[in-house]
Design a protein around this ligand. Structure first.
Ligand code: SF4
Length: 310
């Protein structure tokens, strides 16, 4: 039984709505982050890898070239025929609106690109950006706003130097969803000082405000981060895989079936991953989540054991 029988995965959601496989193509458009350049904060989030941070935009292939090469790989691997241009790296609304419009439109002009997914911080979504995204949506494109919230606890956000609070997310999600723009909320499980209860409370708060998608991620320690120093000094202990799987299943069970999961785990490449080592094994975690839901006899949306797929 595939995971998509138990969880409303974004891939299945796209397949149902578009009638064919749609896959995200990740783009690094050369954005920076206001949590590093002083606009919102300095130093960045404690878990953010700085090495590849903000390469010169000139060194990056342009959006069309990135989509073309990503598309080739994804088509071969998954058989996808349509794509969402995923502005993923760093803060993808951090720029003047004319610049953003040029980048987003360049992506949408590519063959077989049916829409956009734009990843950003909750304190970096001004009205003008929402106007732009809504205008693109009104032209018939699928447009998602991905908000990196990570935790609803201000003390945790402060501890990991996020440079924003839960109130920023509350404002951004209301503004976006108030305009009918779908939001995918990113949550990290296993942040310093947080365990199962905090993860469940964050989910509860996010669902109470309303969200259209969720992305779950275990916190991993990667090289060249403040978190790596904390971990080396014994100040941070990563979750065991069994604990992550168990908490992820708790979160999935409590999420209404209409909310799509864009991701239920995340990986880091072995060359930068320090801990936990299971974060390099995506399939072990996905299989673990599926097995645990089956063992519990549950699925997304409750304990009735209802299956997602028709
Ligand atoms: S994780 Fe995101 S918000 Fe935090 S420093 Fe890195 S790019 Fe900026």
């Amino acid at each position: 039984m595939p995971l998509s029988d138990l969880v409303n995965t974004f891939g299945q959601d796209l397949l149902r709505r578009h009638g064919r496989r749609v896959h995200k193509v990740a783009i690094h458009a050369g954005f920076s982050c206001p949590n590093r350049d002083g606009a919102k904060g300095r130093g960045g989030c404690s878990f953010c890898n700085n090495v590849s941070f903000s390469p010169s935009a000139k060194a990056l292939p342009d959006v069309a070239t990135q989509i073309e090469s990503g598309r080739r790989v994804i088509r071969k691997r998954t058989g996808a025929e349509r794509y969402l241009a995923y502005f993923q790296a760093y803060t993808n609304t951090y720029g003047d609106v004319a610049h953003l419009a040029a980048l987003y439109r360049a992506a949408l002009a590519e063959p077989d690109v049916v829409g956009l997914s734009v990843g950003t911080r909750p304190d970096c979504v001004p009205e003008a950006v929402l106007d732009l995204l809504c205008a693109l949506r009104d032209q018939g494109h699928e447009v998602w706003l991905e908000l990196g919230l990570q935790s609803t606890f201000d003390a945790t956000l402060h501890r990991v130097n996020r440079g924003h609070g839960f109130a920023d997310y509350r404002h951004a999600v209301r503004a976006a969803r108030g305009r009918g723009l779908p939001v995918c909320t990113h949550l990290i499980v296993g942040l310093p000082g947080e365990g199962r209860d905090a993860a469940l409370t964050s989910l509860e708060r996010v669902l109470a405000l309303g969200t259209d998608g969720l992305k779950l991620h275990p916190l991993h320690v990667v090289r060249h981060t403040l978190l790596a120093k904390e971990w080396r000094a014994g100040g941070y202990r990563p979750l065991a895989m069994e604990d992550y799987v168990s908490i992820a299943c708790d979160l999935i069970e409590r999420t209404p079936a209409e909310v799509s999961f864009h991701r239920v785990t995340g990986t880091a490449s072995r060359d930068i991953l320090l801990a936990p080592d299971w974060c390099a094994k995506k399939w072990a975690v996905l299989n673990g989540i599926e097995a645990e839901l089956r063992r519990r006899g549950t699925a997304q949306g409750g304990r009735a054991g209802r299956q997602i797929a028709a």
